[in-house]
Design a protein around this ligand. Structure first.
Ligand SMILES: NC(=O)c1ccc[n+]([C@@H]2O[C@H](COP(=O)([O-])OP(=O)(O)OC[C@H]3O[C@@H](n4cnc5c(N)ncnc54)[C@H](OP(=O)(O)O)[C@@H]3O)[C@@H](O)[C@H]2O)c1
Length: 254
């Protein structure tokens, strides 16, 4: 006999009607995550800087029958820009009236030894991978708190925990983002907001397009692996929270 507190298989699989914002939704992990949420029945807000690529993702989801066009919203957003982040939340609330899940996924890498690393690149990496998570959490949280709960998923990296040469800005940003995630989780857990850090190893995405020395693409995770991990976290029953999860290729750090 199934315990009354144990949801049945169909309840576990669906996220029908949940309003989910995914940043960096035009490519790689974000695109796969947006697609997985749409397939699970969620209303998905696609955010990244480039309107054309976001609209292509929205078209693919609609034409492919994964999602109803009314359940996909494109909001071009630079997540390092405070005004743009506020507009992202305002537009989401205007169209869907709530934010259930916010996936902080947008991020970039610039690589090189500290001695050669340009100060502007440092600011770009820190703003994109760290400050953006603070901004998005700050402006998404009021609606979650008002509606009685929500979920924030921060896509970080194993670089939050491991020192990779020529990656000081990226490692510092991801380590900072892990600290931010832990503080945030402790600040809002009493208000029923669940906060999770997802730390993937190498994933085969356009992230690596401009990195000359990269690991073997064939050995990397696929973006769908990370997307499936995020979906499964969001399908967990209310009585538990995954605070941190490391997802690695089978061969470990590549
Ligand atoms: N690929 C890996 O091996 C790997 C491993 C561990 C963790 N991660 C992390 O996973 C996340 C996604 O990476 P990915 O591999 O999917 O990268 P990706 O394929 O390069 O995609 C990055 C996405 O972020 C968006 N983006 C970048 N800067 C932005 C900004 N300022 N505002 C809004 N959107 C922005 C990009 O679109 P626009 O350029 O149009 O804005 C794009 O949609 C990142 O946080 C990355 O650090 C990646």
């Amino acid at each position: 006999m199934v315990s009354p507190s144990h949801p049945n298989a169909t309840e576990i699989g669906r996220l029908d009607g949940k309003v989910v914002v995914v940043t960096g939704a035009s490519k790689g992990i974000g695109k796969a995550t947006a697609s997985a949420f749409a397939a699970a029945g969620a209303k998905v807000v696609l955010a990244a800087r480039t309107r054309e690529t976001l609209e292509q993702v929205a078209d693919d989801l609609s034409v492919g029958g994964v999602s109803n066009p009314d359940s996909i919203l494109v909001v071009p957003t630079d997540v390092t820009d405070v005004d743009a982040v506020q507009r992202l939340i305002e537009r989401t609330l205007h169209v869907y009236q709530r934010v259930d899940i916010f996936v902080n996924n947008a991020g970039i890498g610039h690589f090189g030894p500290v001695v050669d690393f340009a100060p502007d690149d440092w600011d770009t990496v820190l703003n994109s991978n760290l400050k953006a998570i603070y901004l998005c959490a700050k402006y998404a949280l009021p609606s979650m708190l008002a509606q009685g709960g929500g979920q924030i998923i921060n896509v970080l990296s194993i670089a939050a925990k491991v020192a990779f040469e020529a990656s000081a800005a990226y490692c510092a940003a991801k380590a900072g983002a892990l600290a931010l995630t832990k503080v945030l989780a402790s600040e809002v857990r009493q208000q029923n907001v669940r906060v999770t850090a997802v730390l993937p190893g190498s994933v085969h995405t356009p992230f690596w397009d401009d990195v000359p020395q990269h690991p073997d693409f064939d050995q990397m995770l696929k973006p769908e692996h990370v997307a499936d991990t995020i979906i499964s976290i969001c399908q967990q029953p209310p009585g538990m929270v995954t605070e941190e999860i490391v997802v690695m290729p089978p061969l470990g750090i590549l």
